[in-house]
Each structure stands twice: as structure tokens, then as C-alpha cells.
Design a binder for this molecule. Structure first.
Ligand SMILES: Nc1ncnc2c1ncn2[C@@H]1O[C@H](COP(=O)(O)OP(=O)(O)O)[C@@H](O)[C@H]1O
Ligand SMILES: [Mg+2]
Length: 269
């Protein structure tokens, strides 16, 4: 038997269960009242801590995005410009001070190295966050992403946009870009596909994204691999914006990533 301290004049949550028993025509009822204060308190604490974690995730995601944007721009503007200037100087030298073949060779090698460094700087900057996303908007940035994916992987990739074209501001533009980026990265790394189709459709206050490949697929019900955060992050991104992510895959038949985000217009302050 368990006795709890009597709580007189106090309200607390209970769970009641009632059972009945028929004893030769007489009904007996048993009522069990259970004090669930602790359970309710624990549930509330859990819910609150989950909400706080989500707020934290959302805040750290947007800070990370801002940091990436800043580093990408510094790399592109500062380092990229300086390297380009150096390259012009080397070129200038090559036209003037070349009297011996060794000098000519050395300067040509320097120019080639500078070219590679400029290209690497651009690539690293764009991988962090394409400046296009901030400067020109979502559509040019996704078009660039898709073309880049196709040339890097040799997988044919088609982008389909709603008409009129989607026009999104942040946080939606960044979310859509990152979702397509993660889905395409997965295709490149895991699918062994020969074809991918990506759709971005905006209508009636929502945007939906689908990325479908014809690769080898996987079992989405399998336990998550310990260091795999891509699809988890994708779901989290959708969830934090009040949206919904579905990942469908059948071994041998390819994979479909489907995300829908409601677009909440910012209230003008
Ligand atoms: N398009 C795809 N085709 C085949 N397998 C995939 C695809 N996308 C995801 N997967 C599988 O799901 C796993 C989890 O993906 P993800 O969470 O993005 O982590 P990661 O890409 O870092 O492994 C991958 O390791 C892979 O096995
Ligand atoms: Mg991944």
C-alpha cells in the first residue's frame, strides 16, 4: 500500500480509472484516483526543454549562416581581389623581364599557381555560401547549384520552377537552398544515380521542394548512422519553419525528398 501525504484544499492533476463488477445483480464500482502531479510536472519540463532546444538550434543555425556569409564574402572580395591583382603583376613581369628561359618558366609556373589559388578561393567561398544567394536571390543561386552539381558529378540534373518563379526572402530562401544542396550532395555521395529532378514550387503561401533521383535508394527505416546529420538537419530546418519533410526511398528504385514550408509574411513593424 502506498500512502501519500494528504493534500487538503489543494488542486492537483489526477488520472481516474473506473471499473465495474456485477455481483448477483448488484453493481460494484471501483474508482482509482491517481495523483499524477509528478508526471505532469515532468511532461511540462520535458516539453519546455524541447522548445528551448529548438529555439537554440534555430538561433545557432542562423548565426552559422551569417558567419558563413561573412567568411564567404571576405574570401571572395579580399583574398580573391588580391590574388587577381598579383596575377596581373606576374603577367606584367612576364612581358617585361624575361630574358632567360628559367625566368620565363618560373613566371609561368607562378601564374598557373595563382590561377589555381583564385579558383580554389572561389570554390571555397561558394561552398560556404554562394554570394549569389544574397545578391541575386534564390533562383540564380539554385540554378548555379544544379549546374555545378551536374558538371561535378556528370549526373544529369533538371530544375523545374513554378511559373511565376519562386520569389522568397530569408529565412525561406536560405532554407530552400540548403535543402536542395543537401539532397543533391546525398545523390552525389550515395545514390549512384544517372538522373535527378528538382522542383521548387511556390503557391498559396507555401513553397514545396522535391528532389527525386533514380539511384540505388536505401531503407529510410534503418537506424540513423551515428555521424549522419544531413537528413536530420534537413528535417530540423523544415520543422523550425513550421514545415514538413518526407523522405521516401526504396532500395533499387531511387529516393524522393519532399519538403513543404508555409510562408509566414513578416509583420511590418
Ligand atoms: N539519395 C540517396 N540515395 C541513396 N542513399 C541515400 C540518399 N540520401 C541519403 N541516403 C542514405 O541515408 C544516409 C543518411 O544520409 P544523411 O543524413 O544525409 O547523412 P550522410 O550523407 O552524412 O551519410 C546516407 O548515409 C545514405 O546511406
Ligand atoms: Mg548527407
Amino acid at each position: 500500500l502506498l500512502f501519500s501525504t494528504p493534500r487538503i484544499g489543494e488542486e492537483f492533476p489526477i488520472v481516474a480509472s473506473i471499473s465495474q463488477l456485477d455481483e448477483n445483480g448488484t453493481m460494484f464500482y471501483t474508482v482509482i484516483l491517481r495523483d499524477v502531479t509528478e508526471r505532469v510536472r515532468a511532461e511540462n519540463a520535458l516539453r519546455q526543454s524541447k522548445e528551448e532546444l529548438q529555439e537554440l538550434a534555430s538561433a545557432s543555425q542562423s548565426v552559422r549562416e551569417q558567419e558563413k556569409s561573412r567568411i564567404a564574402r571576405e574570401l571572395h572580395d579580399e583574398l580573391g581581389q588580391a590574388l587577381t591583382a598579383l596575377k596581373m603583376d606576374v603577367n606584367w613581369l612576364r612581358e617585361r623581364v624575361v630574358d632567360k628561359p628559367e625566368k620565363e618558366e618560373k613566371l609561368a609556373a607562378m601564374e598557373a599557381l595563382l590561377d589555381r589559388t583564385v579558383a580554389a578561393t572561389r570554390r571555397i567561398s561558394a561552398d560556404l555560401r554562394p554570394l549569389m544567394l544574397d545578391d541575386l536571390g534564390l533562383v540564380p543561386a539554385v540554378e548555379w547549384l544544379v549546374e555545378n552539381f551536374a558538371t561535378r558529378t556528370g549526373v544529369s540534373c533538371q530544375l523545374h520552377l513554378s511559373d511565376p518563379e519562386p520569389e522568397l526572402h530569408d529565412p525561406y530562401a536560405t532554407a530552400v537552398f540548403r535543402i536542395v544542396q543537401e539532397a543533391l550532395t546525398n545523390v552525389a555521395r550515395h545514390a549512384g544515380a544517372t538522373r535527378v529532378d528538382a522542383w521548387i514550387r511556390q503557391s498559396d503561401g507555401k513553397v514545396s521542394i522535391s528532389v527525386v533521383d533514380n539511384g540505388q535508394g536505401f531503407s529510410p527505416t534503418d537506424a540513423r548512422k551515428p555521424k549522419s546529420f544531413g537528413l536530420l538537419g534537413l528535417r530540423e530546418r523544415a520543422y523550425l519553419l513550421g514545415g514538413d519533410a518526407k523522405i521516401e526511398s526504396t532500395p533499387g528504385l531511387g529516393t524522393r525528398v519532399e519538403v513543404t514550408l508555409p510562408i509566414v509574411e513578416e509583420e511590418s513593424a
